[in-house]
Design a binder for this molecule. Structure first.
Ligand code: GCU
Length: 623
């Protein structure tokens, strides 16, 4: 916004008198919107926001496609004062043409990507404006936040013409304080969302998934008292059996203020005092606590209170750690029978974001015999994590540091750190999540290693109760796969991606492939697999047939069982998903076809091969 004064002067210089006249009128607005500056304090996270009473803004929003972003930037690419965020209506005698009208604009559904809503937007990458009217009754001593589940990729928000926030990153939630902008009665919110890919984005230009744009997750208004619970971390202590510990971050409180935690089912209750940093450290004895596990995904109602505020959560309590090359869940070695999943909606395709999407995808994983899912390559919707908690599936959650970011660009590091903060801040109380993945298939060089070591250290400082991993590329020497990427030092669990039989040699090559792993740490084969068009049949050496894909799986199991520290696997991938890199007509048709199930729910032969291996536990061992 600081460019605006330049705008004014520039306009004058080029003698656009009429513009100035209007600009003068807009000055008041300039003052208002110029007033907006990114809040200096840490962003509000509102952990468990989906569990708070809220006014949903989901549904139809008016939308205007703006490929040149002329709703926000002038012809000299300066940010406008009279942009479309003002939602102006033309009036007789206007001295300036209003060249947009949300009330006549076609609707786009929220939450949803725009690409699968309108044929003309299928390939669209660029800015689109959203507008929605709503009525509201602000309450005394209350702050109101616009909670956005996710907006891909960059987004700007205004309420009643007043800028309230902007955000970068398409897969994590954020909150905009609209207390000062909102008023009793009729209000309107305008958002500009731009999914244009840029080199210095996170993720960067290349991804093997569709760049679904828009307000892809729910949007709502949340009221909280002036003193409110922003973030909390409630977990089972690794050290002491049935001790629950953690902290509660209270906004707007005085040091010494009381915070209470209660687990009614266990008759457990404790209070703690807020410190100078707004944080209260909690310690609660929970006798008779039943631990959460895939076999018994026990969730407890947990109530947190501070001042007039209260949050009701459902939390499972479990511990996860490593011991040498073992992964211990609740102190016992475990083998992670997994599958990788993209946030592609089954059947309708597009960005997955409903309870139904989550139950279908995770239901298929359970049907496979999984106790683990790798949610690729970015944080998934809260609906997915809540379903994993309920259904008893362990989760690998990933920050979208994917392929070749600008690892030597400090701005890019800051963006990755911000997204990591948002991911962990909002999802830290999910028992299902056991692994924070820092990255996928990044180039093995010094700048990359330093970048991700920094992220890993940050993740540990934010959450010491989970394991840090990443999906590494592996090099080969003849028939030996070698895992010696320097990044392995910074990880608790090593993830490796390999495509023997698809991008490398033949399915049977796995039979003679050995692995040299230079780390005495648990290893997860986070990707392997091959493409198959559901219903296409032929010989086991005929690519794209179900027989070929099944053959890859059969040969993988023998090799995997020869890796002594293999403690998990998440083959690529549960369901076919849209990708702009897959144009093969009649086979891929812009889908990555490595799914074990097609996007229309057809189970391929390899689905049953893996299901059998998981049910009979013939692949992998916990210790
Ligand atoms: C990579 C990558 C995936 C991609 C897959 C594939 O390993 O991590 O995002 O979809 O390979 O090529 O199918």
């Amino acid at each position: 916004m600081k460019r605006l004064p330049i705008c004014l002067s520039a306009c004058v210089n080029v003698g656009f008198a009429r513009r100035i006249v209007f600009a003068a009128g807009a000055a008041a607005l300039l003052a208002v919107s110029a007033a907006w500056a990114a809040p200096a304090s840490a962003p509000i996270v509102l952990t468990g926001a989906d569990r708070r009473p809220a006014t949903s803004l989901d549904g139809d929003w008016a939308s205007i496609v703006d490929p040149y972003f002329s709703g926000l930037f002038s012809f000299h690419h300066q940010e406008k004062t009279n942009g479309w965020f003002l939602n102006q209506k033309a009036k007789p005698g206007d001295t300036f043409p209003i060249e947009y009208d949300f009330s006549k604009a076609p609707a786009l559904k929220v939450p949803a990507d725009w690409n699968t809503q309108r044929e003309s937007l299928f390939y669209y990458e660029g800015p689109i404006w959203y507008e929605r009217d709503f009525t509201y009754q602000p309450k005394e001593h209350t702050r109101t936040f616009l909670h956005v589940g996710a907006a891909n990729y960059r987004s700007w928000f205004w309420v009643n013409g007043q800028k309230v926030c902007e955000h970068e990153g398409g897969y994590t939630s954020f909150n905009c304080d609209v207390t000062a902008a909102i008023h009793a009665g009729n209000n309107f919110v305008v958002a500009a969302v731009d999914n244009t890919r840029h080199e210095d984005n996170v993720p960067t230009l290349e991804t093997d998934w569709w760049n679904y744009g828009g307000l892809t997750r729910s949007v709502s208004l949340i009221d909280v008292p002036e003193e409110f619970i922003d973030q909390y971390d409630v977990h089972l202590s690794r050290g002491e059996g049935s001790v629950i510990e953690g902290w509660v971050q209270v906004e707007g409180s005085q040091p010494g203020a009381k915070v209470e935690i209660e687990i009614p089912e266990l008759g457990a209750k404790a209070t703690a005092a807020v410190g100078g940093d707004g944080r209260a450290v909690i310690y609660l004895k929970a006798t008779g606590l039943e631990r959460w596990s895939p076999e018994a995904p026990k969730l407890y109602n947990v109530i947190l209170r501070a001042g007039q505020d209260a949050v009701k959560e459902e939390i499972g309590f479990r511990t996860v750690e490593t011991r040498g090359t073992e992964i211990l869940l609740n102190g016992k070695p475990i083998f992670l029978r997994g599958i990788s999943i993209h946030a592609e909606a089954p059947y309708r395709t597009g960005r997955a974001n409903t309870d139904k999407d989550a139950e279908t995808l995770l239901g298929w994983a359970k049907e496979l015999g999984c106790n683990f899912v790798r949610l690729a390559h970015h944080p998934h919707d809260e609906t997915m994590l809540r379903a994993a908690d309920r259904m008893g599936l362990l989760v690998w959650s990933e920050n979208p540091v994917y392929w070749a970011l600008e690892f030597d660009n400090p701005k890019v590091l800051a963006k990755a750190e911000q997204q990591l903060d948002e991911e962990i801040g909002t999802s830290r109380n999910h028992a299902s999540i056991i692994l924070w993945s820092m990255a996928n298939e990044t180039p093995n060089n010094e700048a990359r290693t330093q970048f991700i070591e920094t992220l890993a250290a940050r993740a540990r400082s934010l959450d010491s109760t989970r394991l840090i991993t990443a999906a590494l590329l592996v090099r080969a020497d003849g028939h030996t796969k070698i895992v010696d990427d320097a990044l392995g030092k910074a990880l608790d669990v090593i993830g490796v991606n390999e495509y023997i039989g698809w991008y490398e040699q033949h399915p049977e090559t796995a039979d003679s492939t050995e692995w040299r792993i230079d780390y005495q740490k648990p290893l997860i084969v986070s990707e392997f697999g091959g493409g198959a068009k559901a219903g296409l049949h032929g010989g086991e050496n005929d690519r794209w047939t179900e027989e070929y894909q099944a053959n890859i799986y059969r040969h993988q199991f023998g090799m995997l069982n020869r890796i002594p520290q293999l403690r998990g696997m998440s083959p690529w991938v549960l369901m076919d998903f849209r990708s702009p890199n897959r144009p093969l007509v009649g086979i891929q048709d812009e889908f990555n076809r490595k799914g074990l199930i097609s996007d229309q729910g057809q189970r391929k032969q390899a689905f049953f091969i893996l299901q059998k291996a998981y049910k009979e536990q013939t692949v992998g061992k916990p210790e």
